[in-house]
Design a protein. Structure first.
Length: 479
């Protein structure tokens, strides 16, 4: 399908990913040492507040500038800045403890753009200041070329990292514990990008960037937000740890898998406008585009819309959860037209599990191989509309007073609905399937449909001599 930017569905809230400017401690700024060793640029801070920006002055030539922090100005080898040439390898940065600022962009004159773009694109309030070039620049900001690997260690503290880079090798950003912010824009990574923020209320935002390897964000426990948009990667892993977190991934392509784990807490996950395993990622190889979202216990919201993927699994755990999946084709594209046409394109599964408590699930406008929904114990509701399935639809609402409405479903295999114990209601309309089974379970249950069925029993509606509709354990059949 052609990718479309859509909303996060109806009736399901999600965490707003706006982050206020971090409050910084009043400490003395420090002196940072910088040197070149074996072609690599080495930068070492101290345990005071350090502010450092790396810019590029030519091939293999870099300017390292000290900038003001809450504690005052930072010096580089005792001076305001220092230039280094002959850099042909990796960058190794360790600023140690303190409330540190670390940035990389092509021209130091554009320093003021960092705060502006971080606010406009991610809602982040950063503190890099205006620089000599003011707060705007025409076009994309030039990146700093890192020939080898890029390793950044910020240590514990209220840290901020802003990167406009072109890295030839692997990239690792570790901000340590406390409340940190990482902003990455207009960047290219030749290997994996790993961002680790440790414990604290952390924010990570990746915009308009490409990773030849894995995009891996690990924020640890705390009320964290992760936002990534307009990117491409081999695969994506996001793990925000426990407490109430927000994850928003939009407008992207991946070669293989997407894995999101938010742990316990009241979490919000919004994944939209993407292609996974469809041959549109950085390596252009179709297949293996499985999406797995696990939110753990808590009152969670998961929204997925406007996407193609090979398979989707959502496990929301215990809690009052809301899940919405809409406008999706779950298959592997083999001919590059981003449309499921059945030409050696195997449709894949959509599986949803919500656990205990009252859950709401909406599935709309989905093409897939199979759809299964298991809602567990609690008073649950599920709405299913406009599905095209190669194989089967299986719904189990579990114990509780549940409501299910299913309409406009075409399935190449069976449709099986099990309502479980409780006073349940089931509404069916416009179903095409070789075999329908509806089981109301114990309780006072209501069955309504456009099938002209007003009693439990086995029905041969196709007149082929064998039952193709089975309705059992319902007590109410509205006229």
């Amino acid at each position: 399908m052609t990718r479309n930017k859509l909303g996060c569905g109806t009736g399901f809230g999600r965490r707003t990913l706006h982050v206020e400017q971090l409050e910084r401690r009043a400490m003395l700024a420090g002196n940072v040492s910088a040197s070149v060793s074996g072609g690599s640029l080495i930068i070492r801070g101290d345990n005071a507040d350090n502010g450092v920006v790396i810019s590029q002055t030519g091939p293999g030539s870099y300017l390292v500038t000290g900038i003001d922090t809450a504690g005052g100005p930072t010096t580089i080898n005792g001076d305001p800045d220092a230039t280094f040439t002959g850099v042909t390898g990796s960058f190794d940065v360790d600023l140690k403890k303190g409330d540190d600022l670390f940035g990389m962009l092509g021209d130091i004159a554009n320093l003021g753009v960092i705060d502006v773009e971080a606010e406009e694109e991610c809602g982040l309030g950063l503190s890099f200041g205006s620089g000599s070039g003011g707060g705007s620049a025409s076009g994309d900001i030039a990146a700093v070329v890192v020939p080898g690997n890029l390793t950044i260690r910020m240590g514990d503290g209220l840290d901020q990292v802003a990167l406009y880079v072109d890295v030839g090798g692997q990239t690792s950003v570790d901000t340590g514990n406390q409340d940190d912010a990482v902003f990455i824009d207009d960047s290219t990574f030749g290997g994996n990008l790993l961002v680790q923020t440790g414990k604290g209320a952390d924010s990570v935002c990746v915009v308009e960037s490409d990773m030849s390897g894995l995009l891996n964000v690990q924020t640890g426990d705390g009320e964290d937000s992760v936002h990534a948009t307009e990117f491409a990667a081999l695969a994506v892993v996001v793990n925000t740890g426990n407490q109430s977190d927000g994850v928003e991934l939009t407008s992207f392509d991946v070669d293989t898998t997407i894995t999101i784990v938010t742990g316990s807490g009241n979490d919000g996950v919004d994944v939209s406008d993407f292609l996974a395993g469809q041959g549109t990622g950085p390596h252009g190889v179709p297949g293996g585009g499985a999406v797995t979202i696990t939110t753990g216990d808590g009152n969670d919201g998961v929204s997925m819309s406007g996407f193609d993927a090979s398979a989707v699994t959502i496990n929301a755990g215990n809690g009052n959860n809301g899940i919405s999946v809409e406008d999706a084709e779950i298959f592997t594209d083999q001919n590059g037209n981003q449309t499921f046409d059945g030409n050696n394109e195997a449709p894949g599964p959509l599986a949803i599990v919500t656990g205990k408590n009252g859950d709401g699930v909406s599935i709309e406008s989905v093409t897939a191989g199979t759809v299964t929904a298991s809602l567990g114990a609690g008073n649950d509701g599920i709405s299913i509309e406009d599905l095209l399935l190669a194989f089967s639809l299986v719904v189990d609402t579990g114990t509780g007073n549940d409501a299910a409405a299913i309409s406009d479903v075409t399935s190449g295999g069976s449709i099986v609905i099990t309502m479980g114990s409780g006073n349940d209601s089931l509404s069916l309309s416009t179903l095409t399937t070789p075999h329908l089974v509806a089981n109301g379970g114990p309780g006072t249950d209501e069955f309504s449909s456009d099938l002209s069925i007003f009693a439990n029993g086995h029905y041969d509606r196709s007149a082929e001599g064998v039952p193709d509709v089975t309705v059992v354990l319902f007590e109410i059949f509205p006229a």
